[in-house]
Write a protein of this length. Structure first.
Length: 277
């Protein structure tokens, strides 16, 4: 019996979602009829779908409250993947404070809080609700880092300050992709932070297949154990100067999945979706 699923995207005049075609073809091969729909389209009958799969919703940052209201509404009438509670937690990077797994050292400055963080060789400062390096700076100037954190806090946002790790330039970030809780593939992601913001989706599709080390797999699975029941996950890891892997970000909302980089990646996603239904 064929089932239908919504592939949820956004109003995308530039066509930056280059994974859509591969995903839908693989879904069809797994017996799932996919329909591309915008999350904010008021004409969509979400109850008509057996599942609603959040994918390239790259405009949610400016409309997070509206997006989460939509997610809760959809989940009340059909299967939402990933679940609304996961989307709510994951779209604000303060989730890093609550994880049991080791993450990159991060210092937080919320509205009304003093800007206080240690001296670092180089700083990355960004808001906790952000995508595509938007409103993110990389600087070796402490005063600039403090000013940017203070500006974000004055706007009612929470700033996060992290050390910039030089090994990102050489080793890169390692992104491990999981579908239905199973490892699919891993990517060495090239550095995208150059001190300026990128458009939604820009800079996503740059990387190469990588075989993750056992300690990276162990850490990724430790992180995911805190988020059971997700359809898709991208676990972004880096190594500290002492060589230990840490989480830099967990992407459970609208990650680029690098489906074109591994022969079975799209099929792995489709299989996980079919099993979930």
């Amino acid at each position: 019996m064929s089932v239908s699923a919504a592939y949820v995207t956004f109003a995308d005049p530039d066509g930056v979602d280059d994974e859509q075609e591969a995903a839908l073809a693989a879904w069809a091969g797994a017996g799932v009829t996919g329909h591309v729909v915008r999350w904010d389209d008021p004409e969509v009958d979400w109850a008509a779908f057996d599942a609603v799969v959040v994918r390239s919703v790259w405009d949610y940052v400016d409309r997070r409250a509206e997006f989460l209201d939509w997610a809760r509404r959809v989940e009340s009438i059909t299967r939402l993947l990933n679940p609304a509670a996961v989307l709510e937690r994951n779209t604000d990077k303060t989730y890093l404070r609550d994880l049991k797994a080791p993450a990159i050292p991060t210092y937080w400055v919320g509205p009304g809080e003093a800007v206080d963080f240690p001296v670092l060789d180089e700083y990355v400062v960004k808001p906790t609700v952000s995508a595509g390096a938007r409103d993110t700076i990389r600087t070796g100037d402490r005063q600039e880092a403090e000013a940017h954190a203070a500006r974000l806090a004055a706007e009612g946002r929470t700033a996060m300050i992290q050390p910039y790790l030089d090994m990102v330039e050489t080793e890169g970030e390692t992104s491990l992709l999981y579908f239905g809780g199973r490892f699919s593939h891993a990517i060495r992601r090239n550095p995208m932070l150059a001190g300026t913001a990128t458009a939604p989706g820009e800079g996503n599709g740059h990387g190469e297949l990588r075989t993750p080390d056992p300690d990276q797999v162990a850490l990724a699975e430790q992180v995911l154990a805190e988020f059971p029941g997700v359809l898709y996950a991208r676990v972004d890891l880096v190594r500290l100067p002492d060589g230990s892997p840490v989480l830099i970000e967990l992407e459970l909302t609208e990650p680029y999945l690098f489906l074109r980089y591994a022969p079975d990646a799209a099929a792995n996603l489709a299989r996980a979706l079919a099993e979930a239904l």
